[in-house]
Design a protein. Structure first.
Length: 124
């Protein structure tokens, strides 16, 4: 598992323009399995802990509305960053990614996360 996660993080850092930070977290426990950042002032594990509450709130809303849906991703646009929360295919984990909005390609970031979200469900 750790080899896969390390490969994942390195792929994002080296190939995703505007990469700021990433964390992979378990939804049920809030445990972060890996995190990394290029900005020493940005704590991806702390951000992931807060964003877990966003995920749980959205899951509760889906249940309350009796929707037969699952979360693919949640997009949060800030003035200089884009934060993407992407759930694994089985809904047990989420990837939290922060990118610089002036440098990142949103489509590429979302496509990369979707690819890894299916891998995370299978390998964790």
């Amino acid at each position: 598992m750790s080899d896969f996660l390390n490969t994942f993080v390195n792929d994002l850092k080296n190939n995703l323009s505007g990469f700021v930070a990433v964390a992979v977290t378990e939804v049920k426990t809030g445990m972060s399995y890996i995190s990394n950042t290029v900005d020493s002032n940005f704590d991806p594990e702390l951000a992931s802990a807060y964003n877990l509450e966003v995920v749980k709130a959205k899951l509760n809303a889906i249940r309350a509305l009796n929707l037969n849906e699952k979360i693919d991703d949640i997009l949060i646009t800030l003035s200089s960053q884009i934060h993407i929360i992407s759930l694994s295919n089985n809904g047990e984990y989420f990837i939290y990614l922060a990118v610089d909005s002036n440098k990142a390609n949103l489509g590429m970031a979302r496509a990369t996360l979707r690819r890894y979200a299916s891998d995370i469900a299978a390998k964790m």
